[in-house]
Design a protein around this ligand. Sequence first.
Ligand code: NDP
Length: 262
Amino acid sequence: MQFDYENAVAVVTGGSSGIGLATVKTLLGAGARVALCARNEGRLEQVADVLRRDFGEERLLAQVVDVLDEDAVKGFAGAVEARWGRCDLLVNNAGAGRQSTFATTEDDEWRAEYELKLFSQIYPIRAFLPLLREAKGAIVAVNSLLAYQPEEHMVCTSSARAGVQNLLKSLSIEFAPDVRVNSVLMGLIESGQWTRRFEARDDKSVSRAQWYGALASRKGIPLGRLGDPEEAANAIAFLGSRAASYITGAQLDVSGGLARHI
Ligand code: NDP
């Protein structure tokens, strides 16, 4: 898939694994300079070393940042400005889902989930907005199909994600015409979260292919499989690119047909 990001600067939160890492690679492959962040320094540096080798030192900035630490996020924006003086695309991807029902979600967990989902958008957007406005750039938020199609075993994360969609819609209006704001609604993408669940499976004799196949069939995914992180990255790169210049306030579902709403 080819996108034109020549001369552009992109920022990807949670860029050291899964969908975020695939997005970093796609954007680098399309010519962008990319800044990525994550919390775990060892994994971030390991990934960054490979990316520097493959795409060149001068096109990469990797920084340890927890997106829930506003000062750290501001520092990250400052580092991007100092290094490249611009930001054309912010991909808010950092995060994880929480599996719990209403009965099993404690108050602290509700608060933590709402904090993660909302402030992982709010802090990076606030920090990068001046640069994005200057560049007439774009924000792409990685969200979940659960925002529209809640599941009872993910009640807390589903409702927080619905709030995020509402917030993004408001921002798409407030930031227009300078900055476009769109989101990608992920179904089941074969990345870090699912790898961890696979590794924690009860029956270790079940192979990876069998486990994922059974999951796709249990969930009733029309395309019959989970998505690859690269397929998610393509949707993100499209919405962030000049090819999507008349799209704002929109959401694109990447779920293999799992979305049931019209
Ligand atoms: P991964 O676990 O593979 O990657 C998550 C990335 O985010 C890692 O780089 C992680 O690094 C980073 N991260 C997590 N929390 C923070 C934080 N507070 N600050 C900075 N970085 C952070 O997950 P996925 O690729 O599967 O998920 C990416 C996004 O997509 C998440 O927001 C997830 O909720 C969403 N999503 C994924 C779906 C799927 O099926 N995979 C479905 C629906 C939504 P580190 O731990 O070092 O910080």
